[in-house]
Ligand binder design. Structure first.
Ligand SMILES: [Cu+2]
Length: 503
């Protein structure tokens, strides 16, 4: 039925069109065909002229009206050093193409009006004009050469070759469907190596090579964490992708570079305004002095909620939009504080697991950290106000070979630190206590814990501590810290403790 109605509608429409055509034909016959055509030409010539004028005025008006939304003007001047050069190139190009646009636009519509069909006027035909060919080849060629050479100069200044001596912060951005992972180099200032063969979606999504010591302190920002950058510092971004083509785009810094799987690219730029400074710049313009949320007129203004952003400028899939990330530019000092508070991915997620290639060694920062921990525990234990609990210190990093009383190689760091503290606090006497969990024979556990405590004592005596200051005692499984029902609890119960006897 629907089809029938649709068919009837189309059929009737066709009939109407044919009838209108017939009426026009008859009218033309009555008035003379030429006259009708001429009238139509007059009208269309006039309409074209009106359209030409309105459109041109509209172009200039809209460019003026929306000037504060365009990059390179007013509130949206570049927040990076090279950005001003890039904006300059864009503006030059706009001026040249603008001149050509205005001239061709006026000529196009003026001539279509001027040479509309009129009585006694005949079109002039010419097949070829060499002079004209020369002019319209030479003029664009000269202009293009100027623009391209100027552009190359700017390109070369934006992409300097950085050497080892240059001070810069190198970070890495890896795009994937649909997010960015941002890697910071940590305190050593260098990013560790990567190898795609090491990629493991669960534990090492970037394929970082943990055997490279530079990777040990690398920080990886995933998810939606803010990307923090220091102002007035040269930043080099290594840009890569894991699946499809993405594009690393920081519009406010005029940074834009493809992220290509298998082909690392990079971009060097220097932010010159903090987020707060950029907000203050926006604040002066009426476009930004409106409520950020139209439903909440009393809430924050648009300039107050402004954030720099990273966007993916490649249509990389249906979740493409979710690759947006907020960038915060802060002062150098604030950046140092922020990065110092970020956790190393390796130390948080890999250290001590089966994937840790450094199981049998300690890093210098860990040694320092442990020395500090033991020192502050000892200080607390020696205070006048120290409680019994304060006076018992867990030697957390003293280990033995499995099922044996022999000290493991890594225990020496903690014991050396302890020997050091014993030397500095010469009057202190301590008891070294060995503890086991409840697996196995209680009597054997008692013997094992005594032997272990004896070995710790022997190590310290060997380091020059007076034997009279050291008592060793095995407690076996009698003093558990936690329940022995879980592996975690048992692990806590297998321990070596130090107790201050007198000072
Ligand atoms: Cu993308």
């Amino acid at each position: 039925m629907t089809y029938l109605i649709a068919f009837l509608i189309i059929f009737l429409l066709a009939v109407i069109i044919i009838q209108i055509g017939k009426v026009t034909e008859l009218a033309a016959k009555i008035r003379g065909e030429e006259e009708v055509a001429r009238q139509s030409s007059q009208q269309q010539g006039l309409w074209l002229l009106i359209f030409g004028i309105v459109f041109l005025i509209g172009c200039f008006w809209s460019a003026y009206y929306y000037r504060n939304y365009m990059f390179g003007y007013g509130p949206l001047t570049s927040a990076s050093e090279h950005g001003a050069d890039l904006d300059y190139i864009f503006n030059i190009t706009l001026v040249f193409t603008g001149i050509v646009f205005v001239i061709t636009h006026i000529l196009l519509f003026w001539y279509s009006y001027k040479y509309r069909e009129q009585q006694g006027q005949k079109a002039l035909f010419f097949a070829h004009d060499t002079k004209l060919e020369y002019i319209w080849t030479a003029v664009p060629a000269v202009v293009m050469t100027l623009l391209v050479s100027q552009g190359l100069v700017t390109w070369n200044s934006i992409f300097p070759t950085l050497t080892e001596e240059d001070k810069y912060l190198e970070i890495e951005a890896t795009g994937y469907q649909f997010a960015w992972d941002i890697r910071y180099p940590g305190a050593d200032g260098k990013l560790g190596n990567k190898d795609f063969r090491l990629i493991d979606p669960a534990t090492n999504s970037l394929g970082v090579d943990w055997t490279d010591e530079y990777s040990v302190d690398d920080v990886i920002l995933g998810g939606t964490d803010k990307i923090v950058l220091p102002k007035d510092s040269t930043i080099k971004v290594r840009i890569t992708a894991k699946d499809v083509l993405h594009n690393f785009y920081l519009p406010h810094f005029r940074v834009k570079m493809d992220a290509v799987p298998g082909l690392p690219t990079s971009f060097i730029f220097k932010p010159i305004m903090t987020t707060e400074e950029f907000r203050q710049q926006l604040r002066a313009y009426p476009e930004w002095q409106v409520p950020a949320d139209p439903n909440d007129p009393e809430g924050k203004q648009r300039w107050e909620t402004f954030e720099y952003e990273l966007a993916c400028a490649e249509l990389c899939g249906k979740g493409h939009y979710s690759m947006r990330r907020v960038i915060e530019v802060v002062s150098r000092e604030e950046y140092e504080t922020w990065i110092a508070g970020q956790k190393s991915f390796y130390l948080e997620n890999i250290r001590g697991t089966a994937a840790d290639p450094h199981k049998d060694k300690l890093f210098s920062n860990e040694i320092k950290l442990r020395a500090r921990e033991l020192k502050s525990a000892m200080e607390a234990a020696l205070k006048e106000t120290a409680t019994d609990a304060d006076k018992t210190i867990q030697l957390k990093h003293v280990f033995y070979k499995t099922g044996s009383d022999e000290l493991s190689d890594l225990s020496k760091y903690e014991l050396d630190n302890l020997a050091d503290l014993m030397q500095k606090n010469a009057g202190v006497r301590v008891e070294l206590g060995g503890h086991t969990d409840n697996t196995g024979d209680p009597a054997a556990n008692l013997t094992l814990s005594q032997k272990r405590a004896d070995n710790v004592r022997a190590y310290l005596i060997n380091k020059g501590i007076d034997a009279a200051r050291l008592v060793s005692k095995g407690y076996g499984q009698d003093k558990p810290l936690e329940s022995n029902d879980t592996e975690e609890g048992r692990q806590k119960n297998r321990r070596t403790e130090l107790r201050i006897i007198s000072k």
